[in-house]
Design a protein. Structure first.
Length: 365
């Protein structure tokens, strides 16, 4: 009995222990599980709200266009310092047609002669809006003696012959090949030596040089060049102005040689005197340069020789440049029709006086 009692006692204790362990295990399982929220708790719990998308920042207001010259045109006043201390005031206008093809170049024939200021203020609206107007080609009396082509129409052909040295002391007829500035039909710009080889159709041809005239040695071509002359190339310009002599070729000064070979010595161009000047140039990247300088003592300006004008063009990046009519004709009108320089026809007047000229050039929109 004692043995059975002992066995029963041990068995009962073992059962109790197993029961306690099982209960503890179940309690641990429930204790380790997270509490599940009730429906009421779900309703009262604040749910995260989606973040609002910020409104896009407004586009900045475009800056107003500065009042002044349009993009692609700049005009600067500068001073040329001569050897010996004299100075000359000049204006340089730079037109960037390559990056601003909306710019326009026009050549205006004035019949009767008009001042650049008059042309600016009474500009033909069919040609656009001017921002710069300057004097252009040579003239005798009221007649242009320089090439004029406007919108494809040649109103004045380049001269094919002159009485040399002049009408009174006539010795022979000469046929100079002279510089001209043109906007081609593809809108590119060129400065070339040009001659009218077909007077009937007024077709002009360019040549690689002024050919075989030389006023210094008094040797001249017996006849003008033709379309068969070596180097002749049709010069198909839609806008063009003649002048001369050539000042710069390939970035080098050729003014003195061109002066003699284009036969300007008997024409009063005064290559070696300091006078007011007007000229046109081209840079290697296709920009157009216009330079107008004062002279003859106006506001203290001495003026420039042709070589000094060539030097000034080279300084400002010209690889090619040519001279236009100068002296009392030189004038540049800028923004709002204001005359920028002081023409030498003003003399001692307290106000500037412009000369009426037979042709003008303009740059604008």
């Amino acid at each position: 009995m004692c043995i059975f009692a002992q066995i029963f006692k041990e068995s009962s204790m073992r059962s109790v222990l197993l029961t306690i362990i099982a209960a503890a295990s179940i309690a641990c399982t429930y204790a380790c599980e997270p509490d599940q929220p009730t429906n009421e708790e779900n309703e009262n719990t604040e749910q995260p709200q989606p973040q609002p998308v910020p409104d896009p920042e407004p586009e900045p207001e475009p800056e107003p266009e500065p009042e002044g010259y349009p993009k692609g045109i700049t005009v600067t006043e500068s001073t040329y310092l001569h050897e010996g201390g004299a100075t000359t005031r000049y204006f340089i206008a730079r037109m960037d047609f390559k990056n601003h093809p909306e710019l326009k170049f026009n050549v205006i024939k004035n019949t009767p002669k008009r001042t650049p200021s008059y042309v600016f203020k009474n500009f033909n609206t069919n040609l656009g809006t001017p921002y710069i107007v300057a004097n252009a080609g040579y003239f005798a009396g009221s007649t242009s003696v320089s090439l004029i082509i406007s919108n494809g129409f040649c109103s004045v052909a380049a001269p094919t012959g002159f009485n040399w040295p002049n009408d009174e002391d006539y010795r022979q007829t000469i046929h100079p090949v002279r510089a001209a500035f043109g906007q081609m039909k593809d809108d590119s710009f060129r400065i070339d030596w040009v001659f009218c080889c077909d007077a009937t159709s007024r077709k002009h041809y360019s040549f690689p040089s002024p050919l075989d005239n030389n006023e210094k040695t008094e040797t001249f071509m017996a006849e003008g060049p033709t379309t068969e002359t070596p180097g002749a190339e049709l010069w198909d310009a839609k806008n063009a102005i003649g002048g001369g002599p050539m000042l710069v070729v390939d970035g080098k000064d050729v003014s003195t040689d061109s002066y003699w070979r284009e036969c300007f010595n008997s024409g009063g161009t005064a290559a070696f005197s300091r006078v007011p000047r007007t000229g046109l140039g081209l840079t290697s990247d296709g920009q157009v340069l216009l330079i107008v300088c004062d002279g003859r003592g106006m506001l203290g300006s001495a003026g420039m020789t042709l070589a000094e004008l060539a030097e000034t063009f080279i300084k400002h990046g010209a690889v090619k440049a040519m001279n236009l009519d100068g002296g009392g004709s030189s004038a540049i009108v800028g923004l709002d029709g204001i005359l920028l320089n002081w023409p030498s026809d003003s003399g001692s007047s307290s106000t500037p006086i412009e000369r009426s000229v037979a042709s003008c050039i303009s740059f604008g929109l």
